[in-house]
Design a protein around this ligand. Structure first.
Ligand code: V0V
Ligand code: CO
Length: 150
């Protein structure tokens, strides 16, 4: 796929650091009526995580819009360190992109530091990559290419 700006197709998810995943899921279910569509452990990223649906995929975009709840697997992990420093709260924003490798290349050309030079495995089969918050106005930013529909 080749494309120019805009790079982002939607907000895929907002990542929220929590101390206890089950408790947080319960709070989102009972308070907002959201439902869990996926629950995974990602060892590489050091998290147990759950995706709750805000808006289902629509049109030809395979991605939807979610809240991602993140409980750290260890203290010495991105979310573990964040929780120790800030407590629970918004950890990152994930933007939908059509092609994550292409988006990374374009953003890399601007000089923004890429945490991931190559896409990694994300929730629900997505390909993801992170941009450094020190180069993005303090916002840890994730690019998300949703898995193609099966
Ligand atoms: C750290 N900092 C942040 C931040 N985390 N700023 C904004 N938002 C965050 N979430 C700041 C921190 O306050 C420090 O600022 C500085 O960055 C260095 O922080 P650190 O605690 O020493 O941590 P580092 O440098 O070891 O690691 C920070 C980075 C790390 C961002 C590089 O957290 C990382 O690689 N994150 C990407 C992976 C990730 O977050 N995975 C979990 C989600 P001062 O004090 O120097 O000013 S996994 C996920 O979303 C998945 C699987 C998915 O969506 O599918
Ligand atoms: Co995420």
């Amino acid at each position: 796929v080749t494309y120019l700006l805009p790079l982002f197709t939607r907000i895929d998810h907002v990542g929220i650091a929590v101390r206890n995943l089950d408790d947080a899921i319960g709070w989102y279910e009972t308070t907002y009526g959201l439902t869990v569509t996926s629950r995974e452990t990602n060892e590489t990223q050091g998290v147990h995580e759950a995706m709750l649906v805000v808006a289902a995929p629509a049109g030809d975009d395979p991605g939807g819009s979610y809240v991602q709840l993140l409980e750290p697997l260890h203290e010495d992990s991105p979310v573990g360190k964040f929780l120790a420093r800030n407590g629970p709260g918004v950890h990152h924003i994930g933007y939908g992109v059509v092609d994550v490798a292409e988006a990374l290349a374009k953003i890399g050309e601007t000089g923004i530091r890429l945490i991931d030079e190559r896409p990694r495995h994300g929730s629900m089969g997505a390909s993801i990559a992170f941009l450094h918050p020190k180069d993005t106005g303090g916002v840890l930013t994730e690019l998300v290419q949703a898995a193609p529909p099966t």
